[in-house]
Write a protein that binds this ligand. Structure first.
Ligand SMILES: *[C@@H]1O[C@H](CO)[C@@H](O)[C@H](O)[C@H]1NC(C)=O
Ligand SMILES: *[C@@H]1O[C@H](CO)[C@@H](O)[C@H](O)[C@H]1NC(C)=O
Ligand SMILES: *[C@@H]1O[C@H](CO)[C@@H](O)[C@H](O)[C@H]1NC(C)=O
Length: 254
């Protein structure tokens, strides 16, 4: 099932829905403009299809994203400093890159090792709207982040009845769940190099995250949104992420 999962994942961002009829509106909330200055919007053309994803600025010349977002692409369009992608905001910086490092063991069918770094030609100048986010350090390598609350944000789909992407950046808070709970949901397909967030909490159900979106705990990016389930929304399937602590050494090399 996983190939289909990821294809969906890039088209749908934050597909929460109301599980019961309480008037709890569960779609992600629009962020305070430019409050998450590490967020990067990405667009690439893969097999003649336009793929929209998110990424994060981890160094002044490096954007971290999912391998899926650039695998097979010749170049990628990058927008930094954005809140509303449909507007020409003064804060925005648009770049293109043809230089990416995709994890050498990325598997397009299982989406294992779904991690890539996009190299920017020049270092970008940091502003109030463009800034880096930290990734786990050596001391964090054994941290599981289980039960921690993670922040995920992106410009993808935000309402299951509207096929459009969001023009503005939205965010949602989700709980990171233990490995066992996740791998049971995905019939044993989850590996220790992945991590998951709850598909169902407080009457809200996150089906899919924007591929490449950073999962942030206490100001540090700990995951990269990888995929959700195409039959998952109604059964509360977890969101699946690449676990950054598993790629600490890889990240020091790229
Ligand atoms: C790609 O980026 C890396 C890291 O900055 C750099 O070492 C390499 O020379 C770049 N490759 C090309 C073809 O520009
Ligand atoms: C989704 O869009 C539909 C159609 O515009 C609207 O009626 C509904 O309230 C929206 N749902 C949410 C959760 O915003
Ligand atoms: C969050 O980060 C701050 C500063 O890095 C640290 O002092 C604090 O203990 C962290 N909180 C949690 C819950 O990890």
């Amino acid at each position: 099932m996983s190939t289909k999962l990821l294809h969906l994942a890039c088209f749908m961002l934050f597909w929460p829905f109301v599980v019961n009829v309480s008037l709890k509106i569960v779609n992600g909330v629009v962020v305070e403009p430019h409050s998450l200055p590490y967020m990067v919007a990405l667009e690439s053309t893969i097999n003649e299809r336009t793929i929209r994803c998110s990424g994060s600025l981890i160094e002044t010349n490096k954007v971290l994203t999912a391998a899926y977002c650039v695998y097979g692409a010749k170049s990628v369009s990058i927008t930094l400093g954005a809140h509303n992608l449909d507007e020409k905001e003064e804060t925005q910086l648009k770049l293109t890159s043809t230089n990416f490092t995709i994890h050498e063991d990325y598997e397009d069918d299982t989406h294992l090792n779904n991690i890539a770094v996009i190299h920017l030609e020049k270092e970008v100048t940091l502003t109030d709207s463009i800034n880096t986010i930290s990734t786990p350090t050596l001391e964090d390598l054994l941290v599981s982040y289980n039960d921690d609350t993670g922040l995920v944000s992106g410009w993808g789909r935000y309402n299951d009845t509207i096929p459009d992407y969001s023009d503005v950046l939205r965010k949602i808070e989700v709980t990171i769940i233990p490995y066992l709970a996740c791998t049971i949901s995905y019939l044993g397909q989850i590996k220790s190099s992945q991590m998951c967030t709850s598909g169902m909490q407080d009457g809200q159900n996150i089906c899919l995250g924007d591929t490449g979106s950073p999962l942030v705990v206490n100001g540090t990016q700990v995951g990269i949104a990888s995929y959700g389930s195409d039959f998952g929304c109604s059964v509360g399937m977890p969101g699946v992420y690449t676990r950054l602590t598993s790629y600490f050494f890889w990240l020091t090399r790229v």
